[in-house]
Design a protein around this ligand. Structure first.
Ligand SMILES: Cc1ncc(COP(=O)(O)O)c(C=O)c1O
Length: 483
């Protein structure tokens, strides 16, 4: 509960608030207290495990990455290669979360009325600092869906305003724009994003050629969840603003935050106006925390999703009105950042990219990647490469994701196998081989989406490669082959 809400509540009679008044004095003390002697603002320390100093963090070095993986509890009985939905937390973050919940559960509304606001501000500063953003342009939401609905539903649309979205944008955002279209008569234009273009310029043009004087908003999915393709948001934004400076550029960063080496401030510096993301994806925070970045000039012009007249129009906190919420999930943000930083974004991205390349098995891609990072002569790498089959050489296997442009994707890749619908293939992998993936059946991208994470091993990816090899070789097709 925010400060102003508490004062409203008092005015409206809350017995609970009046009951603790004698202990703490007046209402201001309750709502604005900096005295945390009774509360536990920061969750207790719960260290994570790191490899011995000096162990190489090269992406193929299991001596390093198996220690990182031990921080996560893995499911028993199957290999989870579907980490794109959300990330599980390392045990250190999980235990901080549980301890934070325990504290709030014990102190109950006393915590909410005295320490909540400060906890949120600590989390805001931690997250903004982590991503190079200004705190007063960052709000916490429940997830990316809520963050982006805030701008899509909160814009003062005029009839026939045009928006440009991508043909592989996340379904909930497409639906939000469709609802805005039904409600306010905006026109949706859809960019056909090439699946594996030779040059970034092809993607830039796919969007910018649709800009007209009526274009008000450009919605970009930084990492496409269907295929893992990372699109050149900065280049698209710069070109779009050159053509139409008043355009509002909105970015869905659900999969790029804490996954790729791009900080959210890099996007802002290129001219992006609004970003939504989920901290429960690649930052490995508990479920239910998202962020909304909004350029300060835009804040007063956008309506919050939940009615909020108590916060000034130009205050980013007006977008945070959610009612009672799990503050311990915000308290863990600093823990999640700590774990992420202990590994480092580049080693993390390189490891995830390597695991993807390994299960796909394309030798040229693996060698080129290893060479670019200087581990191509290591016998351990050679052994891993020899353990996999190059799936891209098998007729039945159709990769749906970029392979050679290593800057154009991290962990996620999707592949179709002729003879299987995506769902059938995912079911076969799980039911027969105990490997969990997800079937994607989208008009543009079809196949099983495979998403390794830090908790996965080289062995997990080799196991998937072997199973898909067997499926492709023994194939009895019963569906139309995909060209
Ligand atoms: C590209 C993209 N955007 C948005 C979302 C929605 O995220 P959330 O469910 O955390 O709101 C997802 C979820 O997977 C996604 O992949």
């Amino acid at each position: 509960m925010k400060r102003k809400n508490f004062i409203h509540t008092l005015g409206a009679t809350t017995l609970g608030a009046l009951a603790i008044r004698p202990i703490l004095g007046n209402a201001e003390n309750l709502s604005d207290s900096n005295d945390n002697s009774f509360t536990n603002i920061a969750p207790p320390k719960s260290p994570y495990t790191l490899p011995k100093t000096g162990t190489s963090n090269a992406p193929h070095n299991e001596a390093y990455w198996s220690v990182i993986a031990k921080n996560f509890k893995k499911p028993e009985g199957f290999i989870n290669l579907e980490n794109g939905y959300f990330s599980h937390q390392p045990q250190s973050t999980l235990s901080a979360h549980i301890q934070g919940e325990d504290t709030i559960n014990t102190q109950s509304s006393y915590f909410m009325r005295t320490a909540q606001t400060q906890s949120i501000e600590i989390a805001r500063n931690a997250f903004a600092g982590f991503q190079g953003l200004m705190s007063d342009e960052v709000a916490f939401t429940r997830n990316t869906t809520e963050s982006l609905n805030t701008i899509i539903m909160g814009t003062n649309w005029q009839l026939n305003d045009e928006v440009i979205i991508g043909d592989q944008d996340y379904g909930s955002m497409v639906e939000a724009f469709e609802q805005a279209s039904a409600r306010w008569g905006i026109i949706i234009k859809i960019a056909q994003v090439p699946k594996d273009p030779h040059a970034d310029l092809e993607i830039v043009q796919a969007y910018t050629k649709l800009i007209t004087p009526q274009t008000r908003m450009l919605h970009l999915t930084h990492m496409i969840n269907l295929s893992g393709q990372l699109i050149p948001v900065q280049a698209i934004t710069r070109k779009a603003k050159e053509i139409q400076p008043k355009i509002t550029v909105v970015v869905d960063a659900a999969h790029s935050l804490a996954h790729t080496p791009t900080d959210m401030s890099d996007l802002v510096n290129a001219g992006v106006d609004v970003i939504g993301g989920s901290l429960h994806k690649w930052l490995c925070n508990p479920i239910g925390v998202g962020f909304l970045y909004m350029n300060r000039k835009l804040i007063p012009k956008v309506w919050p999703l939940m009615g909020d007249t108590g916060v000034e129009k130009n205050n980013i906190r007006k977008f945070e009105h959610q009612g009672t919420r799990p503050i311990h999930s915000l308290q863990t943000i600093s823990k999640a950042i700590e774990f992420h930083r202990a590994i480092g974004i580049s080693p993390k991205y390189n490891r995830l990219t390597y695991l993807k390349l390994l299960w796909i098995g394309n030798k040229q891609a693996l060698e080129t990647y290893a060479k670019s990072l200087g581990f191509h002569t290591d016998p351990k790498f050679k052994a891993q490469m020899e353990a996999v089959t190059d799936l891209t050489l098998l007729d039945a296997f159709k990769l749906q994701s970029p392979l050679f442009h290593f800057h154009r994707g991290g962990a996620i890749a999707t592949a179709y196998v002729n003879g299987y619908s995506p769902v059938e293939l995912a079911q076969t992998l799980m039911n027969k081989h105990k490997i969990f993936t997800v079937g994607i059946d989208h008009p543009v991208i079809k196949g099983i989406r495979v998403t390794p994470h830090l908790s996965n091993s080289v062995e997990d990816c080799i196991a998937l490669n072997k199973v898909i090899t067997a499926i492709c070789v023994d194939l009895i097709p019963h569906l139309e082959p995909m060209k």
